[in-house]
Design a protein around this ligand. Structure first.
Ligand code: ZN
Length: 419
């Protein structure tokens, strides 16, 4: 016990040195979160030096109490997030070294709390990694583990945990290849298994075709590719639906070849993903289209814009639209468009203010012509709107758009009794 007294004495002295300047004027000035966390970290450092093997519960119990006290007011700050992470690591160590089963439950719960309640915290991806490891190695829940590792790739693609997440997923470090791209390699089409549902995702434009340009010169082609990749992963991981991308890099592809991929793959759905723009800088909102003729001027204008490809000649759309195959799929395409639009609106309005529902519309989009399966085109936001455009550039918003679309796809299949 003498050791413990010494440690506490050292801690108190150190704290006095560190904080003496802060409290010299007013003895009882409450410490801010950052100061409190610094004091806790200092104490832990001293304890760790004296008990690296986590043998003395009394020392550690004192540190745990301090953190729990610090967290007890329920406020959420960066310092609180870090404290939560430190607490999780201590519990994790207790389990690792002493095999303490209560500690492993606590550690796992704390990791989950961190990446759900503090999803923007710099330690969130670390929490996902450790949660995944516990699920895989201790709880033997491979599905949860995979979901956690995938979430690092979709939610924190530029974070420092990507390499380890890829390792855990058995993916080569060069690029994430959780999605399939068919491109010109017809062999890959055979990968489809009979029982699985397949969705072809088509990120609009690419290469020299920039699509709409938005705030800070960001281009539609990049944003929609990022959303499509996230969506591909989520469909596979969350719903067991295979996704094929018409492009996974910054390349262009003629519009008719995009649906050709879907036809050759015998895909169940084709979804083209775009971002809107308008001369009216106040235009904002989400809209989903199915393929049909229309007299609506603004829909025709949008279709004209999305249909225009440099150097490409468009044939008579109205004639192609009379194609019997498409007509037969019209009803399902309308159901799909509503499922995607409803899911986007209901999920995004829960998280963001002022999401505008522009509804489900019809228009002659060339990229949808010739698809032998139900298809839709989603305009996920106005990339040139000052507020909506900026939001569209964030990883967070793109992830929410992707998860909303994944849910919409799943709901569509369920509504048809196919899942
Ligand atoms: Zn577009």
């Amino acid at each position: 016990m003498n050791d413990f007294k010494n440690i506490i004495c050292i801690v108190v002295c150190l704290c006095c040195v560190v904080f003496s300047h802060a409290v010299s004027e007013e003895e009882h000035l409450p410490l801010g979160d950052i100061e409190t966390l610094a004091r806790i970290k200092l104490k832990i450092e001293v304890i760790r030096e004296n008990d690296p093997e986590f043998k003395n519960n009394v020392y550690w119990k004192s540190a745990i109490d301090d953190i729990e006290n610090f967290l007890s007011d329920g406020d959420k700050s960066l310092a609180k997030g870090e404290a939560l992470f430190i607490l999780a690591r201590i519990q994790n160590q207790f389990f690792k070294i002493n095999g303490d089963l209560k500690a492993v439950d606590k550690a796992d719960g704390l990791y989950q709390q961190l990446f759900t309640e503090y999803s923007n915290h710099p330690k969130s991806d670390d929490a996902l990694l450790y949660h995944g490891d516990l699920q895989r190695n201790h709880f033997k829940n491979e599905k949860k583990a995979l979901k956690s590792f995938h979430r690092i790739l979709t939610g924190y693609p530029s974070g420092n945990r990507v390499r380890l997440a890829k390792q855990r997923l058995g993916i080569p470090d060069s690029e994430y290849t959780g999605w399939k791209e068919v491109g010109k390699d017809g062999n890959k089409i055979a990968q489809r298994t009979k029982s699985s549902l397949v969705v072809v995702l088509d990120p609009g434009h690419g290469g020299a075709e920039l699509g709409a340009s938005g705030v800070d010169n960001h281009n539609e082609k990049d944003v929609v590719l990022s959303i499509s990749k996230k969506l591909a992963i989520l469909l596979k991981v969350e719903y067991g639906i295979e996704a094929i991308l018409t492009r996974s890099g910054d390349s262009n592809m003629p519009l008719n070849e995009r649906t050709e991929i879907a036809n050759k793959s015998k895909a169940d759905l084709f979804i083209s993903i775009h971002a809107n723009a308008s001369k009216n800088s106040r235009a904002e909102g989400i809209e989903t289209y199915y393929l049909d003729n229309t007299n609506d001027k603004s829909s025709l204008k949008l279709a004209k814009k999305e249909n225009s490809v440099k150097g490409g000649m468009r044939t008579d759309l109205q004639f192609i639209l009379s194609d019997l195959i498409q007509t037969a799929k019209l009803e399902d395409s309308i159901t799909l468009a509503h499922s995607l639009q409803d899911s986007l609106i209901s999920r995004l309005t829960q998280r963001y203010k002022g999401i505008k529902n522009l509804g489900v519309k019809k228009a002659p989009f060339y990229v949808l012509v010739g698809a032998h399966m139900p298809c839709a085109l989603v305009e996920v936001a106005f990339i040139d709107h000052p507020k909506e455009g900026r939001r569209l550039l964030t990883e967070e918003y793109q992830s929410h758009v992707a998860s909303s679309l994944a849910l919409g796809v799943d709901k569509y299949f369920r509504s048809l009794g196919r899942k």
